[in-house]
Design a protein around this ligand. Sequence first.
Ligand SMILES: [Zn+2]
Ligand SMILES: [Zn+2]
Length: 183
Amino acid sequence: MIENTSEEKLFCVFHPDRETLLRCSRCNRPICTSCARQTPTGYRCKECINAQQKVFETALWTDYLVASVIAVILAFIGSLAASFIRFFVILIAPIFGFLISEAVRWGVRKRRSKWLFLVSASATVVGSLPLFLSPLLSFLSGLFIHANIGSITALLPLIWQGLYTFLVASTVYYRLSGIQMNR
Ligand SMILES: [Zn+2]
Ligand SMILES: [Zn+2]
């Protein structure tokens, strides 16, 4: 008896109970219609699509560390400046945001990463927090411990630092969020 192998039935590798006619165009394994994803180069299985997305992810784990250190240090220096110039944080915060994002790009040698912009923006917030927390603490202690209404003036540095944190972090966020598509 000779078995006809060309008439062999195909079963999805992810669902062994489902018969199918499709194969993944990359690994050539049979896949059912619910597992197949249409791509410009034909049907692909989930695993091949995941594997291909990893190729675009070129950042190393050290890149996140480098980006965080750069962002924390520069954001802290910027917040020092912000505590002196007060109202002009509106001008200086975007400049520091620009400096941080360019330094991060340089630091990671333009490798691509999905999460780098989030890590960098978070590190920017962390770096600008110490000088935000100190006016916050003096404001709260003035208000509640000393019951001093005059401490309302302590609110102003809080506003400038808060504005700085918001502006610098959002600049970093938007400037780096395109990092995975632009290059
Ligand atoms: Zn495949
Ligand atoms: Zn399947």
